[in-house]
Design a protein around this ligand. Structure first.
Ligand code: DSN
Length: 391
């Protein structure tokens, strides 16, 4: 094997094994997922969809992708599933490309409040450049005020609302989001990339009954390969019938936007690994894992708070800790020097900037996979507080 790459992989493996990993969007896949990712499926081109490919030789690939679709539809409770998006950003771009026209209005949570770049972040992103973006914020306590969101939506009448987060430590009220979107006839997309493992594990309410589309990455709390899916709910099919006279038109639009709209050949090794991950998530063991993620996050947040730190959250897998004006990066570096890997993050109503934020974001999915429980997280919280509080 290429010695230089082999050495680097070995070093990274050691780093992953020996340090404490608290970046909430990271996890450790099973050996089977890793093996399938490295399989011969990576060699095959399969532009198109099962049964309708532009290349010969896809009889087994078709079965692989169909299996991923069937398993995913079952655990996410959706009517149609596209498993080809390379990751979350292309998946959100595909949804927007499929259902919006250039200049249409899109409404998402501000990046600094825990939203995502693809939810209409102005000027520099696809969603912020091609669409008119109106953004909602969180309150001083870090929570979304749904009455304020409703006022904004009634006033601005966006064509699409993104209900999704990357650093929001509270349960999302998808029912309320649904009622608000319905008042102006907006498409409602749940970007559940962070919390999909908790939803499948039944420790966070599912958006399925209330939204038209569900988008998620598969490599965060779901513990699968890098990749994403777009699911269409029953409510999505109904809106399609109402708008386009055909309930399946929305599925055609989404599929066409993914391929050939934005992507070429799907990464079938990732799709096969998704199928494995979906089966792993459809077990009691995974439900226990999801419940433990939430218990671990709660004890970590409580321990940090008991040590005098200001913590936003938590009701899910993550929390944001206020470590002082513009000190996020410095504290993240200090923690890493002590073997604890986190990421610097903005806090609600940030006075610093995304480059010099005042917080750190912590999550429990990865170390819960490693078998950590309340005892380990309480010890860790006390140790982290000492490091953070030492000048
Ligand atoms: N970069 C991801 C995260 O860390 O939350 C979101 O895309």
């Amino acid at each position: 094997m290429d010695q230089q790459i082999k050495d680097l992989i070995n070093k990274e493996e050691k780093r992953q094994k020996e340090l404490v990993h608290l970046i909430p969007s990271e996890n450790f896949v099973s050996e089977e997922v890793a093996m399938v990712l490295g399989s011969c499926l990576t060699n095959k081109y399969a532009e198109g969809y099962p049964g309708k490919r532009y290349y010969q030789g896809n009889e087994f690939i078709d079965e692989v992708e169909s299996l991923a679709i069937e398993r995913g539809k079952k655990i996410f409770g959706v009517e149609h599933l596209n498993v080809q998006p390379y990751s979350g950003s292309p998946a959100n771009s595909a949804i927007q490309m499929a259902l919006l026209e250039r200049g249409d209005k899109i409404c998402g949570l501000k990046l600094s409040a825990g939203g995502h770049l693809t939810h209409g972040h102005p000027k520099i992103t696809f969603s912020g450049k091609f669409f008119e973006s109106v953004q909602y914020d969180v309150e001083e306590d870090g929570r979304i005020d749904y009455d304020k969101l409703e006022q904004l939506v009634l006033q601005e009448k966006p064509k699409m609302i993104m209900a999704g987060t990357t650093a929001y430590p509270y349960v999302l009220d998808f029912k309320r989001f649904g009622e608000i979107a319905d008042k102006v006839g907006a498409w409602l997309v749940a970007d559940v990339s962070h919390i999909i493992g908790l939803i499948v594990g039944e420790v966070h309410p599912s958006p399925t009954p209330y939204v038209h589309l569900i988008m998620s990455t598969t490599h965060k709390s779901l513990r699968g390969p890098r990749g994403a899916f777009i699911g269409i709910t029953k409510k999505g099919l109904e809106k399609s019938k109402e708008l386009f006279g055909d309930e399946l038109e929305i599925a055609k639009k989404i599929d066409r936007a993914v391929f050939p709209g934005l992507q070429g050949g799907p990464h079938e090794n990732n799709i096969a690994a998704m199928a494995v991950c979906f089966a792993e998530a459809d077990t009691q063991e995974f439900k226990d894992y999801a419940a433990q993620i939430v218990k671990n996050a709660k004890i970590l947040a409580d321990t940090l708070r008991n040590n005098g730190l200001k913590v936003f959250g938590t009701e899910n897998h993550l929390m944001v800790v206020d470590v002082g004006l513009e000190r996020g990066k410095e504290i993240a570096i200090k923690l890493e020097q002590n073997g604890i890997v986190v990421n610097a993050n903005t806090i609600p109503h940030e006075q610093g900037s995304p480059f010099k934020p005042s917080g750190i974001r912590l999550g429990t999915p990865a170390m819960t996979t490693r078998g950590w429980k309340e005892k380990e997280f309480e010890e860790l919280g006390n140790r982290m507080a000492k490091i953070i509080n030492s000048n």
